[in-house]
Design a protein around this ligand. Structure first.
Ligand code: DX5
Ligand code: ZN
Length: 219
């Protein structure tokens, strides 16, 4: 099975955002990963609702919205209206995760939970059956272009087991430091969705890089 590929537009050229969305539209990418940072949950600020609305107007692939924000409940409806197809919240930011997940699904979106590198997958035991996506952060969230954390492979494998035990349909998504070198091992460990920012947009030919990641051969 080929992985689902979600280029992160955090690494796009913001002075040419329309051009970069069009590049993704015409590429083999499956989703568009949209990183929202609030300067509280993570030490960085990215973009928010008006940019989501604008991207949605021209995007021909589902918007995979990753909320790195505190109190995500306050913005779920607004992101659903702004065109999010998937909304992923951080477990570390949710006191009432079950309620949050069901609210996202009632809004007509796929619901995801993201885990910081220090958060064990076992904490998902009582919610895994309800999830559409689990996003494993393979760097500490907040910035693109960071180094991949090697311990992530074990975590993905443990998550795959948890998903099977609970007969969950959740997809395993990995985010941070994904590149051509670590992709085969990530897929082998159980990753089904690859987010890639800098590796795609800093490459000389992003369309070809997307194609290569999408067609990774796992031995
Ligand atoms: C990091 C974001 C990532 C980021 C990945 O906090 O959640 O989606 O865009 O960027 P790269 O692929 O450059 O590590
Ligand atoms: Zn992300």
């Amino acid at each position: 099975m080929k992985p689902i590929l979600a280029p992160s537009i955090l690494a796009a050229d913001f002075t040419n955002l329309g051009r970069d969305i069009e590049l993704i539209n015409q590429s083999q990418a499956d989703w568009i990963h949209f990183d929202v940072m609030d300067g509280h949950f993570v030490p960085n600020i990215s973009f928010g609702l008006p940019v989501c609305e604008a991207v949605h107007r021209i995007a021909r692939k589902p918007l995979d919205v990753h909320l790195m924000i505190t109190e995500p409940d306050r913005y779920l409806e607004a992101f659903a209206k702004a065109g999010a197809a998937h909304i992923t919240v951080h477990l570390e930011a949710c006191t009432h995760l079950h309620r949050t997940i069901h609210h996202i699904q009632e809004l007509g979106c796929k619901a995801g939970v993201a885990l910081n590198p220090h958060t064990p997958v076992q904490l998902l035991e009582d919610i895994i059956a309800d999830l559409d996506i689990v996003l494993v952060m393979t760097v500490n969230p907040g910035f693109g272009g960071q180094k991949f954390i090697e311990h992530s492979y074990q975590k993905i494998a443990a998550l795959k087991e948890l998903i099977a035990q609970h007969r969950s349909h959740a997809l395993i998504e990995v985010d941070g430091g994904v590149n051509e070198q670590n992709t085969p091992a990530l897929i082998q460990a159980g990753a089904q969705v690859l987010v890639a920012g800098n590796f795609v947009f800093s490459s000389p030919n992003p369309t070809l890089t997307i194609e290569n990641l999408k067609n990774t051969v796992v031995s």
